[in-house]
Design a protein around this ligand. Structure first.
Ligand code: ADP
Ligand code: MG
Ligand code: ZN
Length: 628
């Protein structure tokens, strides 16, 4: 963005104002002192002399070359309280001084610098002068740049609020793991490079492509890659930048953007977060947003206004296609929709390969192990992971990134910063039992994910942590798996209760219980896994503030609501009993593991399993990968 003089001036105004006050503060101290000392009441010179005779004056401070005095007086007329009173003196009267001295009154004179009056004057004048100059400057500039007087002071005129990159320098090879989306876009590149091929047979080139996907999956990257591959300029703006305080600004920005784009065709116009403007009109709670609607209308008009063949292709990105205005999705606008998903194992591996290229990795490192340990990570998360690991490596003054740094970075990204280990032995013991409780229940249940490691080193909000290796990107989860997860999550509380007794259980399980309740509730209301039967009673969480999906609050009767609650209760209750039993049956192993954990602070999954195996057989699980 180029800073115009106008913006510079606007920016500097507050500095000038602040400067003025500082000036006042530093350069005119004597006046200030006098001003702050100003006694609320005044008295005449004559009265002052009377007071003096009565002995009611306690202190006299002379200011202003002896023209003003602030006196401290006390007396019955003043309610017997010391009060500060201002007196204007005719001049410094020598007799007065003598008199004051005689009466033994505290006397002090505060000289006023001669120059201060001038400084004061300049200080006071400077600010208005600058202001006037500034305003004149603004007027002059806007008049000369845009002819008509109506255009003067048009703050709404957008100045380069979109970015333009002549060359993005990003190619398809930089984008990995989202192959379907990439394929779709290879065609778009051909539209831009060889439009004749399509127009020759009468095909209309699409104007808009909507990219839908969660944050960090590479939508912006992909849009840039198209521009890079096709070697065309890339204009971008974020939807939130359209929505401004002033009505009409958004619409004018849209106009400007398209004007510039058409001048530079063929090119890509990228609108990020289009949901900020493109939200379904007229459903907002608390009244619509005129500004947003105007902007959206302008956008629609612009998109209708140019022919597909002009070479401008609009790519918009959102993570919430469900709330977009249907007018946007009509043919002739964003009629192509491409979804970008969180990458699966292979996708993660490919993304890791892209980002590992410029990193110095230890030769023994296998990217597939990292990919295994990071289900649910987006492309941005993975890029961040490798970068964190590299930073950690540098901090440890190592030459190559090893699995150790990768592991620490994963933990940090997932669970937050590492804290210092507890020293309080009683709560440390309790936390150790809690974590071992999770870990042992998880290990002994066949359908539970295997334990990755157990640790007492706090991270983020958690005082201790049990890590499980999540199964690979499961879309289908069986009932038995959900029940196992519920039991695993209950393992912490169950261990606390069995070992320390009913009265000693702690709040440490609150997060676990929240998960337990949510899982049980979903079993009943969404997955049809209870006695109520295969009914879907609740939809995925929908936020009524975000658009269309309103009024789906309760789709069942009160009677069903009671049944739901009962079922949830039954599921959790039964799971809890089974969990407690597992803990009781394995008390000896648990005690031994707790001692080991307190001594070492971390036990890795492999060793954990081996120890348990000495006492009781551990069921074999799929995909046991241990990172260290
Ligand atoms: P989005 O726009 O979907 O929120 P970005 O495109 O801004 O995500 O992604 C942020 C960063 O994450 C990218 O600059 C890139 O480094 C990395 N990244 C995300 N997805 C991918 C991917 N599929 N392949 C390679 N890098 C990716
Ligand atoms: Mg983005
Ligand atoms: Zn817990």
């Amino acid at each position: 963005m180029k800073l115009s003089w106008k913006t510079l001036l606007l920016l500097s105004l507050p500095i000038i104002v602040i400067g003025f006050f500082l000036w006042q503060g530093f350069l005119a101290p004597t006046t200030n002192e006098l001003n702050t000392n100003i006694a609320r009441s005044r008295m005449t010179y004559g009265r002052f002399l009377e007071y003096l005779d009565m002995g009611w004056i306690k202190k006299v401070d002379l200011y202003d070359n002896g023209h003003t005095a602030i006196v401290e007086a006390v007396g019955p007329e003043l309610g017997n309280r010391i009060q500060k009173i201002r007196v204007e003196l005719p001049a410094t009267v020598p007799e007065l001084i003598v008199k004051l001295k005689k009466a033994n009154i505290d006397l002090d004179a505060h000289p006023t610098k001669n120059t201060s009056a001038i400084w004061n004057l300049i200080g006071n004048l400077l600010f208005p002068i600058l202001l006037i100059l500034g305003l004149a400057f603004l007027f002059r500039r806007s008049n000369s740049s845009s002819g008509g007087p109506g255009q003067a002071m048009s703050f709404s005129k957008s100045k380069a609020l979109f970015q333009m990159e002549a060359k993005t320098g990003i190619v398809f090879n930089d984008v990995a793991g989202i192959d379907e989306a990439k394929e779709e876009f290879e065609e778009v590149v051909t539209f831009l490079k060889k439009p004749e091929r399509f127009t020759a047979v009468g095909a209309k080139i699409p104007k808009g492509v909507l990219l839908i996907g969660p944050p960090g999956t590479g939508k912006t990257l992909l849009a840039k890659a198209i521009a890079g591959e096709a070697n065309v300029p890339f204009f971008s703006i974020s939807g939130s930048e359209f929505v401004e305080m002033f009505v009409g600004v958004g619409a004018s920005r849209v106009r400007d953007l398209f004007k510039k784009a058409k001048e530079n065709a063929p090119c890509i116009v990228f609108i990020d977060e289009i949901d900020a403007v493109g939200r379904q009109r007229g459903t907002g709670i608390g009244g619509g947003n005129d500004e947003r609607e105007q902007t959206l209308n302008q956008l629609l008009t612009e998109m209708d206004g140019f022919e597909g063949n002009t070479g401008v292709i609009v790519i918009a990105a959102t993570n919430r296609a469900d709330i977009l205005d249907s007018a946007l999705l009509r043919p002739g606008r964003f009629d192509r929709q491409v979804s970008v998903e969180i990458p699966d194992f292979k996708g993660r591996l490919d993304i890791l390969k892209v980002h590992a290229k410029n990193k110095k990795m230890d030769t023994g490192i296998s990217l597939s192990i990292i990919a295994r340990r990071t289900p649910g990570f987006s492309g941005a998360d993975l890029a961040n992971l490798l970068n964190e690991a590299a930073i950690l490596t540098a901090r440890r003054r190592k030459k190559y990134i090893t699995l150790n740094e990768i592991d620490a970075s994963i933990d940090r990204i997932v669970a937050g910063m590492e804290g210092t280990a507890l020293t309080d032995s009683k709560s440390k013991r309790l936390i150790a039992y809690h974590e071992i409780g999770h870990a042992i229940v998880g290990t002994l249940l066949k359908d539970h994910d295997p334990v990755q490691k157990v640790t007492l080193i706090p991270r983020g909000q958690a005082k201790g942590l049990t890590w499980f290796t999540p199964g690979e990107d499961q879309n289908l989860i069986s009932r038995s798996q959900i029940l196992s997860r519920i039991m695993g999550a209950l393992g912490g509380r169950a261990a606390e209760e069995v070992v320390f007794g009913d009265t000693e259980v702690t709040t440490g399980a609150s997060n676990d219980l929240q998960q337990v309740t949510s899982m049980a509730r979903q079993m009943v209301t969404r997955f049809g896994m209870s006695n109520i039967g295969p009914l879907c009673l609740e939809n995925e969480e929908s936020n009524p503030f975000l658009g269309r999906s309103m009024g789906s609050a309760s789709e069942y009767s009160d009677e069903i609501a009671i049944k739901i609650d009962k079922q949830i209760y039954q599921i959790v209750e039964k799971c809890y009993q089974e969990t407690v039993k597992i803990i009781q049956d394995n008390r000896i192993i648990i005690d031994r593991l707790v001692d080991l954990l307190i001594e070492r602070e971390t036990i890795d999954g492999k060793e954990f399993k081996e120890i348990i195996n000495e006492y009781t057989p551990v069921p074999e699980k799929e995909k046991e990968v241990y990172i260290i």
